[in-house]
Design a protein around this ligand. Structure first.
Ligand code: NAD
Length: 484
């Protein structure tokens, strides 16, 4: 055993440090990060900064536990996943409040309580999935069976936008399939994951689920670690590419859920007032910090002004504030870097002649608040259109010819989600067939469900999560070919 400290969550003074979990044990470190509340800058608590040695120990623990876990009867593994869902539900109030305090999202409206509820629902769904043996041939020549076997140790690297839900998307299917896990949350939002993993360990054998915290370097070490057999990563395309390079050493399996720049196309004949609320939530769920949020809205010229006006009315009715206040619909952006990025893209649009319909200035006072900003009279080539803003700003682009709108929607090297909005669903389907994305929504945007495979094409990722396909992504195929 290495010489690091093992103890409970209390630090030696100052803010509390939430412990990592390695081999079922709480572990804190001398060095730590203060995690600020994005609504007011106050320190919520501290997170450990793990060393390469901690990571090695977490991987070794996962490796030691994996054989026994894979050999555990399927019904027991399924029951453990059900218990994980139960633990999340029992501790939902604590987890949701911690999530709001470190991430910024509202506790109520489509925020932290919704996320924690989603985490429990996804865990419960994965518990019920089966991995039946397929009989490929059974005749006088041979019996050939296709089995699904765990890949071994899965490394999970998560972002800061939906920390708990994404952690569960990574962890539970991996564990259900007989793997063990080492998870590293984003240094921006480590606390809720540290606490959730600590709670989940009350219903799992030691070593099955380990959590380490730290910065990008630790993610890099995980990607290159020969004790890890698969990386499941959700985050930016740039980081996904780095992970792919460092994963080559031992040919790690990869699931990469990366960034997007989802287009929405509103066809002529659509009633702007009828769709405005759906467009709003498609774009601004989690303050727009959602991988499959609507990030570019293409509107036919015949209804352009009406669409802009309908959206402004909705945006102006949404209260912004600290997520712990019940009325809040729009919270702060999660971190200052993201705030600066949104401000910079809006400023660039303004300088280049775009029209700011509402918002457009950083809010005064403490916290990373940037009001929802709608930007009209903007075209391809503007940074707010071409780059992923991941925040509270939406460019609304006028088009005359639907062919041109489709070409623009497909013009970027990403393809996570997209949407078509129309009064005639058949017309919408024809357009949807030509839009390049992992999911194309019609008259809605961004809806996900545990039974529906979700993933991106082009620069938006490799592989899918959720559903049977998501479970199987945590396995290798093993064939038994038996002569007769
Ligand atoms: P990020 O890529 O900066 O960080 C994600 C995680 O990777 C963090 O835990 C970080 O510490 C770690 N990391 C950083 N450098 C690393 C390296 N070299 N090797 C390994 N790991 C490293 O992303 P972010 O800023 O946290 O999240 C925002 C991005 O994530 C957006 O682009 C968004 O679209 C994307 N995202 C995608 C999905 C999806 O399902 N497709 C979901 C959520 C977010």
């Amino acid at each position: 055993m290495f010489g690091f400290k093992k103890k409970s969550a209390e630090s030696d003074g100052g803010a509390k440090m939430y412990p990592m979990t390695i081999n079922g044990q709480p572990v804190v470190t001398e060095a730590g990060d203060d995690v600020p509340n994005p609504a007011n800058g106050e320190t919520v608590a501290r997170a450990p900064i793990c060393t390469a040695q901690h990571l090695d120990e977490a991987v070794a623990a996962a490796k030691r536990a994996q054989g026994a876990w894979a050999a555990t009867p399927d019904a027991e593994r399924r029951e453990a996943c059900r218990q994980m869902a139960g633990v999340i539900t029992e501790n939902a109030a604590e987890l949701a409040e911690l999530l709001t305090r470190e991430q910024g999202k509202p506790l109520k409206t489509m925020g932290a309580e919704f996320e924690v509820g989603g985490a429990a629902a996804w865990a419960g769904y994965a518990a019920d999935l089966e991995m039946p043996v397929k009989i490929l041939q059974d005749d006088e020549a041979a019996r050939i069976e296709q089995h699904r076997v765990p890949v071994g140790v899965v490394g999970s690297i998560t972002p800061w936008n939906w920390p708990l839900m994404i952690a569960i998307w990574h962890i539970v299917p991996a564990i259900r399939a007989g793997n063990t896990v080492v998870i590293k949350p984003s240094p921006n939002t480590p606390l809720s994951t540290l606490r959730m993993v600590e709670l989940l360990n009350t219903v799992l054998p030691a070593g099955v689920l380990n959590c380490v915290t730290g910065h990008g370097e630790i993610g890099g070490l995980m990607s290159a670690h020969t004790g890890i057999n698969k990386i499941v990563f959700t985050g930016s395309t740039a980081t996904g590419k780095k992970i792919m390079q460092s994963a080559a050493g031992n040919l790690k399996r990869l699931t990469l859920e990366l960034g997007g720049n989802d287009a929405g196309i509103v066809l002529p004949g659509t009633d702007p007032k009828a769709i405005a609320e759906g467009v709003f939530w498609g774009a601004f769920l989690n303050m727009g910090q959602t991988c499959a949020a609507l990030k570019r809205l293409y509107v036919h010229t015949s209804i352009y002004d009406e669409m802009c006006a309908a959206l402004v009315d909705i945006v102006n009715a949404m209260p912004m504030g600290n997520g712990l206040e019940e009325a809040t619909v729009i919270g702060p952006l999660q971190n200052e870097m993201q705030l600066n990025k949104v401000a910079e893209l809006v400023e660039d649009a303004r300088k280049n002649g775009a029209r700011i319909l509402t918002g457009g200035e950083r809010a005064n006072g403490a916290g990373n608040f940037y009001p929802v900003t709608l930007v009209a009279d903007i075209q391809a080539g503007a940074r707010l259109v071409d780059e992923e803003q991941f925040g509270t700003a939406l460019p609304i682009i006028r088009y005359e010819d639907v062919e041109d709108a489709i070409a623009q929607a497909n013009g970027l090297d990403v393809g996570l989600g997209a949407s078509v909005w129309a009064s005639d669903v058949d017309e919408a389907r024809k357009v949807a067939a030509r839009v390049e994305a992992g999911t194309v929504y019609i008259n809605q945007h961004g809806q996900i469900a545990p039974h529906v495979p979700f993933g991106g094409i082009k620069g938006s990722g490799i592989g899918v999560e959720f559903g049977q396909e998501g479970l199987e992504a945590n396995t290798d195929i093993k064939v038994y070919n038996i002569a007769k």
